[in-house]
Design a protein around this ligand. Structure first.
Ligand code: NA7
Length: 538
């Protein structure tokens, strides 16, 4: 192995990382620090991953900014100021550019370069990685950090290609601003993304038609500015913030109320719900009563509270009812966070179309036809989500031992150890894909990156050529991950991206690790201390 500090354009690397998102950037920095010759390939024209691609209007965090960044670099914590609790996309993109410069990673990153395939060569135990530039590079370690919400999903609407107006998927948003002023606009989809962009469009468009299939339990983001004084206080208390995050199952600065919902007297419970409603972001999940995800009756009480809030904010009772979920509880789908969302439906220029009542039949050259009406649009926005968790990996065209295709290996659901090692794919490690600790993404992926780094360090120290995940260890890990949700009430609802239920025909299986990020971390640390028994080093 080479330990050259100088970057060379040679075709062989010790490690190739794919994706310059929050996880890939951290993985790259750890490997560079090991002294490896490492290259990161990124399809986009800039760094930031999710925060590069999702540049639609009003895209923003719904995790508290001060819980999301990198915590191990005290100097970074000290010099970076967040302007809001939930800043918008441009500020987050600036943060990642700042980090890449601060950590001097720019020279190791090749932008505008898509990885189109990777094949494991058993004779050399190396990966041949094909790039959109036409080059093929070889690497010992191949580390896709391609994200769990990065493979955009466009539903197969009949005649979509015949539409002559402007069409944008929110996750492939152009760099130049899209002008909605005076335009007839459609937004399809009311997940976290739809809920963010809809108020932006409603404010300026001549008309906005929202096509909603399943309503969500949408609750207030309650964003606000962070003053200079408050930012100074946050900086002074990062250790305490970290201490809270480190023990929180979802990796957020929250603490569940240890009481069971129905044991709390009605009046006190309602007062707590009012506080949660006014609280910031995902506190509605993290600070709620402990049995909210597991006890359907408990979950119902919070849903009734939210439904009453929706009815109080939407003037037309028929529209309000359409916005209230009827077939799933809070948390069964990832709850979106809103700012002025419900009020949009009180505007004269906004109409809500319930696709359960009148489904889309097809696109036409000028718009959309449902079973009831024909609509003309200048712009259609697809806020239709992602082939989540496994989609980005499956689109990479990876072939492991004996030509094993990843898509085939995962036909019955993803097979991993710790969401990191894949049986049949030696020297390949993933992070931020299936079986990552569910919750705040950087908090879930950071322990994986640390684990991968330690594993590589160990393999290099003992002179190992091949690091192979054992099939038994993967089978055991997958069984454990599925057992964790077997009795979780809200997980019985399958129509969500965590289980693949948003993609027609996709195998429905829970794809994340619900044992909590601290527990996932503990298990990885235990493995490292025991010499990585889930892996065979040859
Ligand atoms: P989501 O949450 O998957 O939302 C996608 C939306 O698109 C959702 O409302 C879907 O309705 C709708 N959709 C999908 N397919 C169709 C078709 N065929 N017809 C009509 N409507 C459709 O994606 P987001 O981008 O909003 O958010 C993803 C995550 O990013 C979010 O959870 C946060 O973690 C950040 P459905 O509910 O399937 O009926």
């Amino acid at each position: 192995m080479s330990h050259e500090s100088e970057i060379s354009t040679a075709e062989h690397y010790d490690a190739v990382v794919v994706g310059a998102g929050v996880t890939g950037i951290y993985q790259l920095s750890r490997l560079v620090d090991l002294g490896l010759r490492v290259r990161l390939f990124e399809a986009g024209g800039g760094v930031g991953g999710t925060w590069y691609w999702n540049r639609y209007p009003l895209a923003r965090f719904d995790s508290e900014a001060y819980s999301y960044g990198y915590f191990h670099d005290k100097g970074l914590l000290d010099e970076w100021n967040w302007s809001e609790v939930f800043p918008a996309q441009p500020e987050i993109e600036r943060y990642f550019n700042h980090v890449v410069d601060r950590w001097q990673l720019r020279d190791h990153i090749q932008l505008n370069t898509k990885v189109e395939g990777a094949v494991y060569d058993e004779s050399t135990s190396r990966w041949d990685v094909s790039l959109s530039t036409g080059e093929v590079v070889t690497t010992k370690y191949f580390i896709p950090a391609v994200g769990m919400l990065s493979a955009p999903y466009t539903p197969p609407f009949p005649n979509l290609d015949k539409f002559t107006g402007t069409l944008h998927h929110t996750s492939l948003w152009p760099e130049e601003p899209v002008d909605f002023r005076g335009k007839k606009v459609a937004v399809i989809g009311t997940g976290s993304t739809g809920v963010q962009i809809i108020p932006a469009v409603a404010e300026v468009a001549e008309s906005l038609t929202v096509f909603q299939r399943t309503p969500n339990w949408v609750t207030p983001l309650n964003n606000r500015e962070i003053s200079e004084e408050e930012m100074a206080e946050i900086k002074a208390s990062y250790d305490e913030i970290w201490a809270k995050i480190a023990v929180n199952p979802l990796g957020g600065p929250h603490e569940a109320d240890q009481r069971n919902t129905l044991e709390v007297p009605e009046e006190e419970r309602q007062a707590k719900f009012e506080r949660l409603w006014r609280d910031e972001g995902l506190a509605k999940v993290g600070n709620n009563f402990i049995d909210m995800p597991t006890n359907p009756k408990a979950n119902e009480t919070w849903c009734e509270f939210v439904a009453a809030k929706i009815r109080s904010r939407v003037k037309d009772p028929v529209v309000a009812e359409k916005l209230i979920p009827k077939d799933h509880g809070f948390g069964a789908k990832r709850p979106p966070m809103e700012t002025n969302y419900y009020e949009v439906y009180n505007q004269d220029n906004v109409e809500l179309i319930d696709l359960h009542e009148t489904p889309i039949v097809e696109f036409t050259p000028t718009g959309i036809e449902t079973t009831a009406r024909s609509f003309d649009f200048d712009i259609v926005v697809l806020a239709t989500g992602f082939d989540a968790v496994t989609g980005a990996m499956e689109r990479l065209n990876v072939r492991g031992e004996d030509g094993l295709e990843l898509v085939a290996a995962w036909a019955d659901g993803p097979q991993t150890v710790f969401g990191v090692g894949l049986p049949g794919f030696p020297n390949l490690f993933i992070t931020g894909g299936p079986h990552v600790g569910i919750g705040n993404v950087p908090r879930g992926t950071e322990p994986q990156v640390n684990f991968i780094t330690e594993l590589i360090k160990y393999a290099e120290r003992i002179g190992s050529n091949t690091v192979a995940t054992t099939p038994d260890a993967a089978a055991e890990w997958v069984e454990h991950a599925l057992d964790l949700v077997a009795d979780v009430a809200i997980m019985k609802y399958k129509h969500n991206w965590y289980t693949g239920g948003n993609i027609p025909g996709k195998k429905q299986v829970f794809t994340q690790y619900a044992g909590g990020i601290p527990e996932a971390t503990r298990r990885m640390e235990e493995s490292a201390a025991a010499g990585f028994p889930e892996f065979e080093l040859r």
